[in-house]
Design a binder for this molecule. Structure first.
Ligand code: DQA
Length: 143
C-alpha cells in the first residue's frame, strides 16, 4: 500500500516563491503533512521532486509495480507536456492532479491541462491542503 507524491518544476521553491500565490509552507512541510495523512489512511508515501521532465517521467515509470497511485503537481509542465501525460496513462495507475493555486483564475495559458481528462480527480486552489484531499481520495478509491 504505497502512494507516490510527485512535484514538478519550481515546486522546490515552495514557501519563498510568490508566497501570495503559493503560500508560505515549504515542500518539506508538504512532505511531512502528506506522509502523516498517508499513514493515517494506511499508505506509505514515497515523495519526489524534480525540475526535469525526464526525471519525472522516469519516476512515474518506476512507480509501476511499486506504488498503487500517484499524487502529482506537475507545475508548469501541466500546460505543456504530452510526454508526462503519456507516462501517466502508460503506467495505468490512478492519479490525482493537484494545483496549489486556482489555475482557472489565472492567466489563460494555465487554464488547459494535458492531464486533467485522464486524472482520477483534480484539485485546484486548495493550497497545500489539496495534497491532503488528493491522498484521502486516492486511498478511498484504492480501498
Ligand atoms: C501550479 C500551477 C502551475 O500553473 C504553475 O506553473 C506551477 C504551480 C500550482 O500548484 O498552482 O508551477 O501547478
Amino acid at each position: 500500500n504505497r502512494l507516490l507524491l510527485v512535484n514538478g518544476p519550481n515546486l522546490n521553491l515552495l514557501g519563498t516563491r510568490e508566497p501570495e500565490i503559493y503560500g508560505t509552507e515549504t515542500l518539506d512541510d508538504v512532505f511531512a503533512m502528506a506522509t502523516a495523512v498517508a499513514r493515517e489512511v494506511g499508505f506509505e508515501l514515497r515523495a519526489f521532486q524534480s525540475n526535469h521532465e525526464g526525471a519525472l517521467i522516469d519516476v512515474i515509470h518506476e512507480a509501476r509495480g511499486d506504488c498503487d497511485g500517484i499524487v502529482i503537481n506537475p507545475g508548469g509542465l501541466t500546460h505543456t507536456s504530452v510526454a508526462l501525460r503519456d507516462a501517466l496513462t502508460g503506467v495505468a495507475l490512478p492519479f490525482a492532479e493537484v494545483h496549489l493555486s486556482n489555475v482557472h483564475a489565472r492567466e489563460p495559458f494555465r487554464h488547459h491541462s494535458y492531464l486533467s481528462d485522464v486524472a482520477s480527480c483534480v484539485i485546484v486552489g486548495a493550497g497545500v491542503q489539496g495534497y491532503e484531499f488528493a491522498i484521502r481520495r486516492l486511498a478511498a478509491l484504492l480501498r
